[in-house]
Ligand binder design. Structure first.
Ligand SMILES: [Ca+2]
Ligand SMILES: [Ca+2]
Ligand SMILES: [Ca+2]
Length: 419
């Protein structure tokens, strides 16, 4: 752990002041002063109070804890811990393709709002239907649905890292909206719009379908692990969802989750839930590396190619600048990447009226080189492939990238490797 004193020197604190108790105080007198240590993946934000830091550390253990059936795991589940999926290179990270899970909805074909979750499931996330293996779960769902005669639309999801993700809560709606252009009024071919979970503007999830970290902690607890919970809304929580709102695709409503196993609900205590939320909320973002010449050139090229129209380097937050290279908006990324599944309630727009079956949140690029495979289902093994697979609103910039001489493409990749 870093010295509180050193943490207080970090520039991030300029806006919020330092909450650390001053009892230790900076060392006085001659001798070397402690240097701020570089933040490693998995470290907490440097500006936490002692109480927040303690909750974060307890939450770290819970994030990797393997739940057992007697503690409420299941009855159906995809994984036994958060870090089963968020593991690479350390807890909080991404995972390989074998951890992909399925999302699926019943789609009668009358438009996105008529899509519904599979019978008996609280969200489009498909758990393993009680079988230890995951291979046959989608088939099992199809068999279940054969009687209804309605087609099932399904897609895969590959884990995304959550380092720094909690900072998105501290970015105001106005800041996000300032970059939205739902009707593409400036006619640059890019029409980013906001998503919403029905009670708050979205920031989290691959379609920006979720408004807050408490929600995106309780949802995977339920949908991936079968762990029921009560809403937290405590010291660490900023949840303000109206009760009972459960738009399709948002996982769990802001109400108690319950299930049919023999373990009494809620299956996680209020204290443990708060600690888990603290871990998810307070993980520090990846630290960029100092640019070499190639990365510096690549940074300019990234801008010239139009990548930064969506991957906006920095958004302001009440905790200081957030350099995540995203606009937190959803974009039509073309038919190849489309999954046909609607999540949340997107900002209305004439140019993309049909839900967000073709849309994705601009994936943050901080630390990106640590977190392959890439794109929402992990179909791209390399950064170069991920860029080449951009379609739709990203096509113009993708084509410009492909047309570059090899050494200039390499500069862009080198830039990405430094974020
Ligand atoms: Ca359970
Ligand atoms: Ca535009
Ligand atoms: Ca239960």
């Amino acid at each position: 752990m870093r010295l509180p004193f050193a943490a207080c020197l970090l520039p991030l604190l300029a806006l919020v002041g330092c909450h650390k108790s001053s009892s230790g105080g900076p060392p006085v007198g001659p001798g070397p002063q402690p240097q701020p240590q570089p933040i490693q993946l998995g470290d907490p934000l440097p500006d936490l109070t002692a109480e927040e830091l303690a909750a974060f550390e307890r939450g770290r253990a819970l994030f990797s804890k393997r739940f057992t059936p007697s503690e409420g795991l299941g009855p159906v589940y995809n994984a036994t811990s958060c870090s089963s999926c968020h593991s690479k290179p350390v807890p909080g990270g991404s995972s390989e393709l074998y951890r992909n899970f399925y999302v699926a909805v019943v789609d009668p074909g009358f438009g996105p709002i008529f899509q519904s979750n599979l019978p008996g499931l609280p969200s489009p996330v498909l758990p393993a239907f009680g079988t230890p293996g995951q291979a046959h779960r989608l088939d099992a769902a199809r068999v279940t649905m054969q009687t209804s005669g309605f087609p099932i639309v399904s897609a895969q999801r590959n884990s995304i890292p959550i380092f720094g993700t909690g900072l998105f809560e501290f970015i105001s709606n106005a800041t996000i909206l300032a970059n939205a252009d739902p009707e593409d009024d400036d006619q640059d071919g890019i029409s980013g719009r906001t998503n919403s979970d029905g009670a708050g503007m979205g920031r989290f999830g691959q379609k920006a379908q979720s408004n807050n970290i408490e929600f995106f902690t309780r949802a995977p607890l339920m949908n991936q692990m079968g762990i029921t919970s009560d809403p937290f809304r405590g010291a660490a929580g900023t949840v303000s969802l109206a009760p009972g709102l459960a738009p399709q695709g948002t996982g769990t409503p802001n109400a108690s989750t319950t299930d049919a196993d023999p373990v009494l609900d809620p299956e996680i205590s209020r204290q443990d839930l708060g600690d888990l939320i603290a871990f998810t909320r307070f993980l520090a973002p990846p630290e960029p590396r100092e640019f070499n010449e190639s990365a510096t050139r690549g940074s300019a090229t990234f801008e010239n190619l139009g990548c930064a129209k969506c991957h906006i380097a920095e958004l302001q937050s009440s905790r200081g600048p957030v350099r995540a290279y995203t606009d937190l908006l959803i974009h039509d990324m073309g038919p190849e990447l489309a999954d046909g599944i609607n999540f949340g309630i997107p900002q209305s727009s004439r140019s993309s009226p049909d839900g967000n079956g073709t849309e994705w949140r601009t994936q943050p690029l901080w630390g990106v080189s640590h977190f392959g495979p890439y794109l929402h289902d992990g179909r791209a093994q390399t950064l170069d492939e991920a860029i080449r697979m951009h379609g739709g609103e990203g096509l113009t910039s993708r084509d410009l990238y492909v047309a570059l001489p090899a050494n200039e493409r390499e500069d862009v990749l080198e830039f990405l490797r430094h974020l």
